[in-house]
Design a protein around this ligand. Structure first.
Ligand SMILES: [Zn+2]
Length: 136
């Protein structure tokens, strides 16, 4: 049940390609691309060119609407946590949470690494330091 939708690029119809051509010989026209899935800009644009055309026209409006960054965003040791692992060819990879400002590592089980999305919140903060320490 895929629905066709139009590319949101404001100049999509001006690019002269075979697939944009529509209509009979005496009434030829180029139309905006219409597809069930597109790969750019969260599925809204048929090409990077159309995505850039949109950004050229609407970036300032969108940023002013949703909030322009006027202060630097800051990464500190408190929000610098990421899940990571050391690959091991023998299959016993070591999984951990890693703070890339302090180099601190706290071990995780592979299951915690793969399935527990509560260990680090969306802002990169560690939610708890109480993890089960895997025995290896
Ligand atoms: Zn397009």
């Amino acid at each position: 049940m895929s629905q066709l939708k139009y590319c949101q690029g404001p100049k999509c119809h001006t690019y002269d390609t075979k697939d944009r051509k529509k209509g009979p010989k005496d009434n030829k026209r180029n139309e905006t691309r219409r597809r069930s899935s597109m790969y750019y800009g969260k599925g809204n644009f048929c090409s990077l060119g159309c995505y850039n055309d949109w950004a050229e026209v609407f970036s300032d409006l969108a940023i002013d609407h949703f909030g322009r960054i006027t202060q630097p965003k800051v990464l500190t040791k408190d929000n610098a946590w990421r899940k990571s692992y050391d690959w091991n060819r023998n299959g016993s990879d070591r999984h951990y949470v890693y703070n890339y400002l302090t180099d601190e590592r706290i071990p995780l089980t592979e299951d915690q690494y793969s399935n527990d999305d509560t260990i680090i919140d969306a802002q990169g903060r560690l939610t708890t330091r109480e993890f089960y320490t895997p025995t290896m």
